[in-house]
Design a protein around this ligand. Structure first.
Ligand code: SF4
Length: 118
């Protein structure tokens, strides 16, 4: 997987791993350390899902309203980690429909926070 760059003034930054290359334009081919196009390993996804479910239970099974869920999903839909075909997040491997509904869930990349972090 290669970095997916976006311009930041005179620099470029990879949307996936966040690396900044100074005074460069365009999209040089660079091996990305956080391949946006790849899901985490199965053990890592199981760990992520388990952790999310534990937090969901501790938080009393709270969910967000439709408005907050749609706000989260709109952010996901423009995120380089979003897998439109499977409606899943490649950063954690979770279903976006599910994770956006759980009040205690945090975006693993910090693009949106849970209800406590707002
Ligand atoms: S949860 Fe975060 S990282 Fe995952 S697709 Fe949504 S905005 Fe992107």
């Amino acid at each position: 997987m290669i970095c997916i760059f976006e311009e930041k003034g005179n620099d470029i930054q990879c949307k996936c791993c966040g690396v900044v290359l100074k005074n460069i334009k365009g999209s040089p081919k660079r091996t990305c350390k956080q391949a946006c196009g790849e899901y985490p390993s199965i053990p890592q996804m199981v760990a992520n899902f388990t952790s999310s479910m534990v937090n969901f239970v501790i938080d009393g099974f709270k969910t967000v309203d439709k408005e907050e869920q749609e706000r989260r999903l709109n952010i996901c839909r423009s995120c380089p980690f979003y897998d439109e075909l499977q409606n899943r997040c490649k950063a954690c491997g979770c279903s976006s429909s599910l994770s956006s509904r759980i009040a205690s869930y945090d975006c693993p990349k910090g693009y949106w926070e849970n209800e406590k972090g707002k």
